[in-house]
Design a protein around this ligand. Structure first.
Ligand SMILES: *Cc1c(COP(=O)(O)O)cnc(C)c1O
Length: 458
């Protein structure tokens, strides 16, 4: 009897549990992750380049799928930004999701000092394979800016190891962008950047004028002269030249002539500077080549990659170097390279990066980008007729409408959201770099809505 009522109770209790579970499934309790606390955001959370006293508008996203971002109020936006060059395969990708799941079940993280693991090794193999010839040694970093810091330190340790202790400065290009940490920031455009705010703190570097000959123009031999003269005059204090190959991104979305890169390579060789290629934005197919260096058929001594490396899943970057650079550093006074982030080689990030790089190849990134280039050319061309538009240009899966004046962000950004597209302009540039998987139809909608938004707010 006692046993009977006990088992009845258990059955009833069990049924109750099942019902509670089912109801939670069909009538989900609203979670703060689905209904973000915007008041808290406004009061307490910094956003990129934002003010805490006059926070700019932010739109709450609750999920993303393919090329669409879903806002809290149910609206869907076609994504023109790939979350700042990263989400090349679109969002919520089953293959990338699975890679993360598989790795979580094995281990999310272990320190990289004294230990190693498959995800880091597999990522290293892929990077050595796909990057320009000669880049054989891989330093896995946790963000683009950190990979630039690592590149700077490598260049300086390299020169030091060679006994060139006077070569402590870097040469960079005006209109360049290399990141927001102090060392990287010291290499960004000195006039448009924040140099004056941090003067006395930032390392002082040297700057050559930005390349003038555009990608689409015939090469003008005198374009290399300013750089050549600076290197000739100052090479004894210069460890390296750093530049973004072919596309200067955040410094103005400028596309310059690959011959500049070829000549820069030759100058570095002649005067003993290392060449650092910052391919953080351009890498992994975005410009129509796997790496933009390929337009000039050159290999740098050091290369930074990041952004699209994990397909937008996690923060990860890498600095690759030649055997010569790595060996020289290793034979120097320190006997090793002096850097080692806590989250170096994070297995989750490395695993998803491997999956993302494999997808790039399986999806035939080249034909994806060629298709997008066509759609961008077609879709953005009519902007040339809009008053206030200075230039329209496309390279690979990058499309830029440059205005005469800085964009009116307060008007243009909400106008885009109203029209169901996500585009985040800066300075004079209203630009997009869509996920490689975007369909022709979505791209046509994206570009035509951009033109509408521009027409209404200019
Ligand atoms: C974004 C970017 C960086 C900085 O990368 P973070 O991951 O934001 O630190 C550096 N260089 C270039 C060319 C970039 O586009």
């Amino acid at each position: 009897m006692l046993n009977g009522s006990w088992s009845t109770m258990c059955t009833v209790f069990g049924l109750l549990l099942v019902l509670i579970n089912l109801s939670a499934r069909f009538f989900p309790v609203t979670s703060p992750f689905m209904q973000p606390d915007l008041a808290f955001d406004k009061e307490h959370i910094w956003h990129p380049y934002s003010s805490m006293t006059e926070p700019a508008n932010v739109w709450p996203v609750v999920s993303a799928e393919g090329v669409r971002l879903k806002l809290e109020d149910g609206r869907e936006l076609i994504d023109g930004m790939s979350s700042w060059w990263c989400a090349v395969h679109g969002y919520n990708h089953p293959v990338l999701n699975q890679a993360v799941r598989d790795q979580v079940e094995q281990m999310s993280h272990v320190m990289f000092g004294g230990l190693t693991h498959g995800p880091a090794i597999e990522l290293g193999k892929r990077l050595v394979d796909m990057t320009p010839a000669g880049l054989e040694k891989v330093f896995i970093a946790d963000s683009g800016s950190v990979s630039v810091e690592v590149a700077i330190k490598m260049a300086i340790q390299y020169q030091h190891a060679k006994g060139e202790t006077g070569r402590t400065k870097l040469l960079a290009l005006e209109r360049g962008y290399h990141g927001d940490t102090l060392g990287a920031m010291s290499l960004c455009d000195p006039n448009r950047g924040m140099h004056h705010l941090f003067s006395g703190i930032l390392p002082t570097q040297m700057f050559a004028p930005a390349p003038k000959t555009l990608f689409s123009e015939a090469w003008q031999a005198e374009d290399i002269e300013p750089l050549a003269n600076m290197i000739k005059e100052h090479h004894q204090s210069l460890a390296a030249l750093i530049l973004e190959p072919v596309v200067q991104g955040a410094g103005g979305m400028r596309f310059y002539h690959p011959q500049y890169l070829k000549e820069a390579r030759a100058l570095c060789d002649r005067y003993g500077l290392l060449l650092i290629a910052d391919e953080i934005a351009t890498g992994f197919g975005r410009t129509g080549k796997l790496f933009a260096c390929e337009y000039a058929d050159i290999s740098p001594d050091i290369m930074c990659v990041g952004k699209a490396i994990t397909g937008g899943y996690m923060s990860l970057a890498a600095t690759l170097a030649t055997k010569h650079v790595a060996d020289t550093i290793s034979q120097g006074e320190a006997g090793c390279f002096m850097h080692g982030p806590t989250f170096m080689g994070n297995p989750l990030a490395c695993r998803v990066a491997c999956a993302s790089l494999d997808l790039l190849m399986e999806n035939d990134w080249k034909s994806q980008v060629t298709r997008l280039e066509k759609g961008l050319n077609k879709g953005l061309a009519p902007a040339r007729d809009i008053a206030g538009v200075k230039d329209v240009r496309v390279l690979g899966a990058i499309g830029v409408i440059e205005l005469d004046q800085p964009v009116d962000m307060k008007a243009l950004q909400p106008a885009c959201v109203e029209k169901g597209i996500w585009v985040r302009p800066f300075a004079q540039n209203f630009y997009i770099m869509p996920p490689f998987v975007m369909s022709d139809a979505d791209l046509a909608t994206l570009t035509s809505k951009m033109l509408e938004a521009l027409n209404e707010t200019l």
